[in-house]
Structure formats: structure tokens, C-alpha cells
Design a binder for this molecule. Structure first.
Ligand code: SF4
Length: 495
């Protein structure tokens, strides 16, 4: 047979396949990071701890680090005197959360460089980590998302039309330095006296259930806190079963950072059995039940976390999803985020879902990113992960709610003021005629602004800044979506 083509043949000619994987990608896959449990006996405080002790949730809770003395005992010489002093000063002058770190979580710190370690930076912040001039944004506030303003009953936030947040308890197995619920969650610190629920817990939960029974507009409940891993499992199960008995509830999400902080909790027999019962009742009822967790660093995805996630999925839960927080110095490079997403997806079967911009709470400026930086991170994440596992980068705008970071209406890059609108009424705007047309403002960290912008803010503060409603929304952006921002100086380079 001849290879010569008939000149009258209109079929497309032979195509030589020549594509291949590029070596020179901004992010390299497969990853270098191993999926292993770090050896806890490398840490002086855990040298003699057995596997059985380590895998016991009771042992983990009893040995959680609650103060600097215990932190030092666990880490020994890895914690240098100057870092110890730096963290101590932070606790005296800036900390909005008290110290609480389960040994499992502490063991995910890269202790050879504890000062630079990403987990240490958000679980045990040091004073020198924080911004000196602008430790807090002038518009920062304790309950920056106004969750308490939107309580339908104490602890039940009704912000969106069809979903609510149920804050069952104000405690967690671990306390994160950047906690957005610093107003309510955890122990008092020298800086912050926490709000205390006034209604007895049983009564409060009953009132939440009663509200949901009489509110058919709500179909979706986030069961949170604090952290639902601190709710005794029998009580959690009873609450979830009550939710499953409410006709209008079609989605339930249990929120726990504990899945990563203390995965041993989820591997106890009574917890596994309760999850299996909740999972099968949800399947019977045709309700989607899922677990939402909060992992910020790739190094925190370990086999014990994977085992806990597998237990939840085996129990019939629809999904385990991750909602991380963008924290400068922890995870704000594309490489950090992609590595975390792939570790979650490949090993722990956890779906990357959201990355929230760190909220405008006091003393959080050093962690926060500008909207422009967040937009750039969203851009850099696209194309690597499957579409269904590509997390959305979110700005939680006060009095608005979650917005994708490119959805702003206008953006003054010099003063770091963006404006946003919304397409629904929150639970406190039922009679507000302007709720759907008003523009709401959000503020970038001031130290990320050009000098003129920083000076403008200094002048406002010197002139006794009034409250946020005074700030005029900037002029609308010209293009449908703003340009991709240039990462600010000091950002780690992509992996
Ligand atoms: S686990 Fe969640 S609620 Fe608890 S301190 Fe951390 S961020 Fe706050």
C-alpha cells in the first residue's frame, strides 16, 4: 500500500502527537512532600510517649499545651529564649486567643526553625510577627462579621436567606491566634474579655431547634462553635438527629478544625458509632450531611488526619471539605496553597473548598492580605486542580457575607477600600428598603498600600476617625474583573 495521499482526499492530514508534561511549571507535581506522621519522639516532651498513648484522644486532650511553660516543656531547646520571650510579650500585649495546642498539632510544627514555622506563626504568635504601626486596622472590630448582631436566638446566626450557623459551644480543642470568633470563643486573654452565652446550653439548643422548625426558609445548618469536636458525642448526635427530624432541613454541615488538630477524637469507637448512625439516618432521610474542616498548611495533612477523614466518609457523610484561611507568613503563596490542596485531595480525601481572607479582627493585620493579593492567588490556583476541587478565594464582607474576590463593585487601590453589594437581605434587613442597593466597604491592610494611602489613613486616625459608614465607596471599576494584582513585596515566591 502506498503512503502517498490522494490529492482529492479531503480528510485532515496526519497529526503528529508531540505534547508532553512541561518541566518548567510554576507549580511542580508530583509533590516532594511525604505523607507521614512526624515522629513525636523527636520532641523532648514526647520522647517516651507510646503509640498507644499518642493515638488516644484522652491522652491528647489531657496533654494539650495550655501555657508557655508547657509549650517549653514539649519543645525543649527547639524553643529559643528569644522566641519564648517574644511569644510571652505577645500574650501580654496583643493576643486575642489564649494558648491551647494538642500534642498532635504541635507535632506538625517544623521545629528546626520554630520562628519561621508556619504552624507556630498562627498557633503561637510572637509580638515581632505582628505589624508594629498598624497592628489593628482602624476599622477592625471584635465580631467583625456581625454574627451576634444577626442572632435569631442566642448563638444562631441567620445571615443568608436559606442557611444558618449554629454556635453550639464557645470552646475548641485548639485555639488559633487568628480566630474570627475571638469575641466569643476561648478563654479571656489579657487583651480580650470574651462574651459569655447568657442562656443555658440546653435551653439555647432547644430554642435553635424551635426556630428552625418554624422557619421553612432555612434548609441548611452549619453546626459549629467553637468546634463541634468539643461537644460530647452523645449530645452532638442528639442535636443532629433532631435536625434530621425537621422537614425543611436538607443540608447539615458539621464544622471542626479538630479533624486536623486532634484526629484521634474521630477514631474513638463511640465517635465512630455515632457518626455511622448520623450518616445512615441522613441517607434514609435524603439529607446531605458533610463535615467541614480547617487546614491551613500542607505539613498538617498526616495519615492520622487521613484516617479520621476516611472514618467520616465511611460513615456515609457526603463529603469532607476544607475551609482554610489565608494567612501571610503561613500560606499566601500559590505554591503553599496548591501543595495544601493536593495533600488534602490525594491523601486525606478532603475536598478543597474555600480559602477565606483573614477577617478584620483586632491585631490581625500582619496575617491579612489585600483584596488584590487574594485576587492574584485565585488566579494562580486555576488550572492545576480539578475544577470541582479548585477552592474559591473568598472575602467575607461585613453585613454582606461571602463574596468571590473578583466580585467587588469598585476598588480604591491607594486607600485600600473596596466596595461590595449583595443580592439578598440578611436576617436583620427584612424591612430595609436599601439592603439590595447599598454598597458596603472592606479595607486592605494599611501597610500594603502605597505611601500616599498610608498617609491618608494616618490623617484619618489623627482626626478621630468616625465609624465605617462614613467611608464613601470608591468609583466603580472600569473592567468587569480587575487586573490581576502584583503580589506585594515580601510575599514568598511560588514553589
Ligand atoms: S478552631 Fe476555629 S473557632 Fe476554634 S479557635 Fe480555631 S478558628 Fe476559632
Amino acid at each position: 500500500m502506498s503512503n502517498e495521499r490522494d490529492p482529492n482526499d479531503s480528510r485532515p492530514a496526519h497529526r503528529e502527537a508531540h505534547a508532553h508534561a512541561a518541566e518548567d511549571q510554576p507549580f511542580h507535581y508530583p509533590m516532594q512532600r511525604e505523607y507521614v506522621e512526624p515522629d513525636w519522639t523527636r520532641l523532648p516532651g514526647y520522647r517516651d510517649v507510646t503509640k498507644e498513648q499518642w493515638e488516644s484522644a484522652q491522652w491528647q486532650r489531657a496533654h494539650s499545651v495550655k501555657n508557655l511553660k508547657e509549650f517549653q516543656a514539649a519543645l525543649g531547646a527547639h524553643l529559643t529564649d528569644d522566641l519564648l520571650e517574644d511569644i510571652k510579650r505577645d500574650q501580654e500585649e496583643r493576643a486575642t486567643m489564649s494558648m491551647l495546642i494538642p500534642p498532635h498539632m504541635l507535632n506538625t510544627m517544623e521545629v528546626e526553625d520554630l520562628r519561621g514555622d508556619r504552624v507556630r506563626r498562627y498557633m503561637a504568635p510572637a509580638l515581632s510577627d505582628r505589624q508594629a504601626e498598624w497592628a489593628s486596622h482602624p476599622m477592625a472590630s471584635r465580631d467583625s462579621l456581625h454574627e451576634a448582631d444577626m442572632w435569631a436566638v442566642e448563638g444562631l446566626t441567620h445571615r443568608y436567606p436559606t442557611k444558618v450557623l449554629a454556635e453550639l459551644i464557645p470552646t475548641c480543642p485548639q485555639y488559633c491566634g487568628h480566630c474570627t470568633r475571638m469575641d466569643l470563643v476561648g478563654n479571656d486573654t489579657l487583651q480580650v474579655l470574651k462574651y459569655k452565652f447568657e442562656i443555658k446550653q440546653n435551653d439555647r439548643w432547644d430554642m435553635m431547634l424551635a426556630y428552625l422548625r418554624k422557619t421553612p426558609q432555612v434548609r441548611d445548618v452549619v453546626v459549629s462553635g467553637g468546634d463541634m469536636a468539643n461537644v460530647p458525642i452523645k449530645r452532638l448526635e442528639a442535636f443532629v438527629m433532631s435536625l434530621l427530624d425537621i422537614e425543611n432541613i436538607r443540608d447539615i454541615r458539621l464544622a471542626t478544625k479538630g479533624l486536623m488538630g486532634i484526629p484521634q477524637h474521630f477514631l474513638q469507637d463511640d465517635v465512630k458509632q455515632a457518626f455511622a448512625r448520623m450518616g445512615s439516618r441522613a441517607v434514609e432521610r435524603g439529607v446531605d450531611i458533610a463535615l467541614h474542616t480547617h487546614v491551613n498548611c500542607a505539613q498538617q495533612v498526616t495519615p492520622l488526619v487521613g484516617a479520621a477523614s476516611r472514618m467520616v466518609l465511611d460513615a456515609g457523610f457526603r463529603d469532607v471539605r476544607n475551609q482554610g484561611v489565608l494567612l501571610r507568613g503561613v500560606n499566601t503563596s500559590p505554591g503553599d496553597l496548591l501543595e495544601l490542596c493536593f495533600m488534602l485531595l490525594d491523601h486525606a480525601k478532603v475536598m478543597p473548598y474555600y480559602f477565606y481572607m483573614c477577617d478584620m479582627i483586632p491585631n490581625a493585620e500582619h496575617w491579612r492580605t489585600s483584596v488584590a493579593e487574594a485576587q492574584d492567588l485565585q488566579y494562580q490556583l486555576l488550572g492545576y486542580l480539578p475544577g470541582f476541587a479548585t477552592p474559591r478565594v473568598i472575602c467575607d464582607v461585613p453585613f454582606v457575607g461571602k463574596r468571590w474576590v473578583h466580585m467587588l463593585k469598585s476598588y480604591d487601590r491607594e486607600r485600600g477600600i473596596s466596595s461590595w453589594t449583595k443580592n439578598y437581605r440578611t436576617g436583620i434587613e427584612f424591612d430595609d428598603p436599601e439592603a439590595l442597593s447599598r454598597e458596603y466597604v472592606y479595607f486592605d491592610p494599611i501597610y500594603t498600600l502605597p505611601e500616599q494611602g498610608q498617609q491618608w489613613w494616618r490623617d484619618q486616625v489623627a482626626n478621630d476617625l468616625p465609624d465605617a459608614h462614613w467611608v464613601e465607596p470608591p468609583a466603580p471599576v472600569e473592567a468587569a474583573a480587575p487586573d490581576v494584582a502584583t503580589p506585594s513585596e515580601g510575599q514568598p515566591a511560588p514553589v
